[in-house]
Design a binder for this molecule. Structure first.
Ligand SMILES: NC(=O)c1ccc[n+]([C@@H]2O[C@H](COP(=O)([O-])OP(=O)(O)OC[C@H]3O[C@@H](n4cnc5c(N)ncnc54)[C@H](O)[C@@H]3O)[C@@H](O)[C@H]2O)c1
Length: 268
């Protein structure tokens, strides 16, 4: 893929975000900044990616991908502004941003019994966090020149932001009041922001994965059971997606558009 620039990925210590970080590093990005609230996992992911890069480097003259990690809480607006700026200063530009940090909570008994604290937390991370990162990154991207293609030298884009919505951004699923609302809102955020800057070469897209095998879906046995039932009855593939499959879709969206404008993409 044609992703030679510098990437910033939130939620990169686990699941899909981690798969995205690995994919950018493998596909030739100059640098990857991995941001997450979980510091221990961040360090493990960096060690894993550095090891993979070393393996790929074997005998090649390619400059190795620079991997940086940052502990962040995406709900903290000041911290987001400070770290996004710091990443751009370190890399001297910011080409791809992936907003993968997210949480899912089920409300026992449905919307009527949803706790305000759960509603607030999901909206804070999934929606406000995505907005804070998008805003901080877009300001930087709008000031930079488009990156040239490594394939044919043509100017590609000023920057590309991929937000994580979900199949629950386009459909309602039971017991998921806050999550489904947040993911619908991420699509709206993406649509309006992409209209703001399409003419400036800043591309903003959302990806809507179906059920994907990550800690989000597998660590809670109750959630996993419900997920497996749903996959059996409602997913034509009859299996969950793999994080790597979603990462491929993200990189595809992050690289320069071939023949379409900024828009929503359904990942699976
Ligand atoms: N797994 C699925 O089936 C699925 C389907 C559709 C969409 N998604 C979306 O994909 C994205 C990635 O999900 P995943 O399945 O890889 O989940 P995951 O739980 O494996 O990873 C999410 C990461 O986000 C981080 N995070 C949580 N709160 C944070 C905060 N406040 N600040 C910074 N980081 C924080 C976590 O530490 C974790 O590393 C999420 O936005 C999720 O809603 C997942």
């Amino acid at each position: 893929m044609d992703v030679p620039g510098f990437a910033l990925i939130t939620g990169g210590a686990s699941g899909i975000g981690k798969a995205c970080a690995k994919a950018f590093a493998k596909e030739g990005s100059a640098g990857v900044a991995i941001l997450d609230v979980n510091q221990d996992s961040l360090e493990a992911v960096k060690a894993e990616i550095d090891g993979e890069i070393k393996g790929l480097q074997n005998g090649s003259s390619r400059t190795p991908c620079q991997v940086e990690i940052y502990t962040i809480d995406v709900t903290n607006e000041d911290q987001v502004n400070q770290i996004v700026t710091e990443v751009a200063r370190k890399f001297r530009r910011l080409d791809y941003v992936v907003n993968a940090a997210g949480i899912a909570i089920k409300h026992e008994g449905g919307a009527a019994f949803a706790k305000t604290a759960d509603w607030q937390r999901v909206l804070d991370i999934n929606l406000n966090g995505t907005f804070f990162v998008l805003r901080a990154a877009a300001k930087i991207m709008l000031e930079q020149e488009p990156i040239p293609s490594t394939i044919d030298g043509r100017p590609l884009q000023r920057g590309s932001i991929v937000n994580f919505s979900s199949i629950q951004g386009v459909a309602g699923i039971t017991l998921s009041t806050a999550y489904t609302t947040s993911k619908h809102a991420v699509i709206s955020l993406t649509r309006t922001a992409s209209e703001d800057y399409a003419d400036k070469g800043l591309r903003i897209n959302a990806i809507c994965p179906g059920y994907t095998e990550t800690p989000m879906t597998t660590k809670n046995p109750q959630v996993l059971k419900a997920m497996e039932e749903r996959v059996g009855s409602a997913v034509p593939m009859k299996r969950m997606g793999a994080p790597k499959e979603i990462a491929d879709g993200v990189l595809n969206k992050a690289e320069a558009e071939k023949d379409e404008d900024s828009d929503l993409v359904d990942g699976q």
